[in-house]
Design a protein around this ligand. Structure first.
Ligand code: PLP
Length: 403
């Protein structure tokens, strides 16, 4: 019997909506691609996007940037991080997070995660106390939102400024509050593999007027910030406008136009991602050697990626990955000693110098498997992917048990 194979690429996104394409073509025809290159009476697409995203997010201020990583750097600087400032950060995240902290001169203080990929709040408290750090860059990695009440309580107790990395939680909520509205400032990415797709791009949102003004000037607004779409008053800019370095991270009209066309579909797409996520979770539930995390009822997640623990396959995860790859199922393993594709473990960020051992994080990542869930997959595709993984896990698990 030939084994069933999955044959769609895991990297394929949906088309940009037609009205986005039309708007982009219109901009190309006019040649005005820079956000400040507007005719009298014309409002920049970027400013319109900022106002629309602020309204979606429920935040007062919003800045569009060239990437999520740039949004993080700008947020850290605007929040007061300077060379030598300690910044707490959960150790399970993507490389742009430590990269952004490093670029501002900040010194990451890495915090352990728990078995469901959340920040380990006991370790956060211990590290906050021991390090005296006054900033926490919380990455909601792979969309797993930690206990935000506990985290906010720790931040209050130690006077820590919370910065949220919402690259995987755009559109998600925790106990009814939108991810990104817990901290002082939040960062989002609109890079191709995230929840809105402009190739590269990002947002910063905040309710803090001075932070917003510093961020806008820091993004490279020159003294043209007045045309932005979701900013505080001129009085606030007068106070801070000469204090921020211009870091040239402005979003352009073309990308703003294609994002504006996608934003109205975001919530509908969240529901579509979650149907696919549920098909994967149900298909893998109870599979031998595999643990699928229960999602808390109050976590309104976005299932744009799916994680499981190959707990019963410790030491043999690469064999599972290879067997699934041979059948067209692309699983990423977060436990590899050397960085692969998008994944990297904290101990490969060598530029950070000597880092403490994080045994719990290492143990969790040693069995962490991850798959992308692009919307070009149907729900049935996701059931098939789960069937193939289950099949290979059963085989491997039985072989291991027999040895
Ligand atoms: C993608 C990503 C970022 C940064 O996004 P870019 O737009 O690619 O710079 C930050 N954090 C996490 C967890 C991400 O996955």
């Amino acid at each position: 019997m030939t084994k069933e194979r999955f044959d769609k690429p895991f990297t394929q996104q949906e088309a940009i909506p037609d009205d986005g394409i039309a708007a982009a073509v219109e901009i190309l025809r006019g040649g005005r691609l820079h956000r400040y290159n507007t005719l009298p009476g014309e409002t920049s697409e970027v400013s319109l996007l900022e106002a629309e995203y602020a309204a979606y997010q429920g935040s007062k201020y919003c800045l569009a940037t060239t990437s999520g990583g740039q949004a993080m750097q700008i947020a850290l600087r605007a929040a007061g991080v300077k060379p030598g400032t300690k910044v707490l950060a959960n150790a399970y995240t993507l490389a742009p997070v430590p990269g952004a902290i490093f670029a501002t001169g900040g010194v990451p203080v890495l915090v352990e995660i728990d078995e469901d990929w959340h920040t380990d709040t006991a370790d956060l408290r211990a590290k906050a106390q021991a390090s005296g750090a006054k900033y926490f860059m919380l990455s909601h990695m792979r969309g797993h939102i930690a206990d935000m009440e506990a985290i906010c309580a720790i931040c209050d107790e130690f006077g820590i400024t919370l910065i949220e990395d919402c690259a995987h939680t755009m559109g998600a909520k925790w106990k009814g509050t939108r991810s990104g509205n817990f901290g002082k400032v939040a960062c989002f990415s609109t890079q191709t593999y995230k929840h809105l797709n402009s190739g590269e791009g990002g947002f910063l949102t905040t309710d803090d007027p001075e932070l917003a003004a510093r961020a806008v000037v820091g993004s490279g607004s020159y003294m043209l910030y007045g045309s932005h779409g979701a900013i505080p008053g001129e009085d606030v800019f007068q106070k801070v406008r000469l204090d921020s370095p211009n870091c040239s991270a402005r979003l352009d009209m073309l990308r703003a136009a294609i994002l504006r066309a996608q934003l109205p579909n975001l919530d509908k797409n969240v529901a579509r991602w979650n149907e696919r996520y549920v098909a994967l979770a149900e298909g893998l539930s109870g599979a031998p050697g595999i643990r699928v995390a229960e999602r808390a009822k109050h976590e309104e997640y976005v299932g744009s990626s799916f994680q499981f623990q190959a707990l019963g396959m410790a030491g043999n995860v690469p064999a599972l990955v290879a067997a699934c790859a041979a059948r067209g199922v692309d699983i990423k393993w977060f436990g590899a000693d050397t960085p692969q594709a998008f994944t990297s473990r904290y101990d490969s960020w060598k530029y950070l110098g000597d880092l403490p051992e994080l045994p719990r994080t290492k143990a969790v990542l040693s069995t962490t498997c991850d798959i992308r869930v692009p919307l070009t997959f149907t729900v049935e595709d996701c059931s098939q992917i789960a069937r193939i993984i289950r099949d290979e896990a059963t085989l491997l698990y039985t072989t291991m048990a027999a040895e």
